[in-house]
Design a protein around this ligand. Structure first.
Ligand code: MG
Ligand code: MG
Length: 274
């Protein structure tokens, strides 16, 4: 995929501060949902936990009703990569599930996903999730240290390629995105290295960075429900995502309680709240 010409929404500091509030709500909602993800719990029950926190916090869902999506989170289990629909399926010991949710506060959006290995997971699945999360943080750090959007994908790709052990695949069918007054905006944020630098990273930009890694091939297909994306070879997948904002003073991860400090400081980036 090549970069398209883009119209990127540049936010004021005041607008970025509302995005920080939306991100904090989303972080709390995902905390509760991840805590509830245990053997025997249905994905519909996880959706209810998430929806209740949004309601308590006075936020609304950007997932519910999006192209008629029927829930507030996507729950993607094992070979499901993204866009799984919550329902009666109950989590089993050793499942790997990605929980992707969003929140809107005063018209401004947040988008974030975490992977959970349920019960006694395999070492391979734990590694898959850990590498995906670490790759995401490399991509986020590049928003501070890089000059162009393409630097994010380069950082993710370089990290994943250098990880010792069995190689993991980076999905190319689905990518990160700009975010602000809508959930999905320009620019595309690719998770892999290309020959294109992409648009310049500028203060006022907000990006959702969301690498999706697989233990097998990167080919995917969409199931008959028109939503659930699975790996064609049935191998397991992981997704991690945060919303990050860039401003004149630095970057801040809106969907992390500490702006991302715990993971970014060791990478040489100290987040600064706008
Ligand atoms: Mg998401
Ligand atoms: Mg997203």
């Amino acid at each position: 995929m090549a970069f398209r010409p883009t119209r990127i929404e540049i936010k004021t500091v005041e607008q970025l501060r509302i995005m920080v509030r939306a991100g904090k709500v989303l972080a709390r909602a995902l905390d509760s949902t991840v805590a509830a993800a245990a053997v025997g719990v249905s994905t519909a029950e996880l959706d209810a936990v998430f929806a209740r926190v949004l309601q308590e916090e006075g936020a609304t869902s950007n997932f519910l009703g999006y192209f008629d999506f029927p829930a507030t989170i996507c729950t993607s289990i094992n070979e499901e990569v993204v866009h799984g629909i919550p329902g009666p399926r109950r989590l089993a010991d050793g499942d790997i599930i990605s929980i992707d949710g969003g929140a809107v506060v005063d018209g401004w959006h947040a988008d974030s996903a975490r992977t959970v290995v349920v019960g006694q997971g395999s070492a391979e699945d734990l590694r898959l999730s850990q590498v995906t999360e670490a790759a995401m943080w490399r991509g986020i750090a590049a928003v501070a240290t890089g000059t162009h959007v393409g630097d994010i994908g380069n950082a993710i790709d370089d990290y994943v390629s250098a990880v010792p052990g069995k190689p993991l695949g980076i999905l190319e069918d689905y990518v990160g995105h700009g975010i602000g007054t809508a959930m999905h905006m320009d620019p595309d944020v690719l998770n892999y290295r290309t020959g294109h630098r992409g648009p310049k990273l500028r203060p006022g930009m907000a990006l959702a960075i969301e690498p999706m890694l697989v233990r097998g091939g990167i080919d995917t297909k969409t199931l008959a429900d028109d939503w659930t994306v699975v790996t064609t070879d049935g191998k397991r997948a992981s997704q991690w995502e945060h919303t990050v904002i860039k401003h004149a003073g630095g970057i801040w991860v809106t969907t992390a309680h500490d702006g991302g400090a715990q993971q970014l400081v060791p990478l040489g980036v100290t987040p600064v709240e706008p």
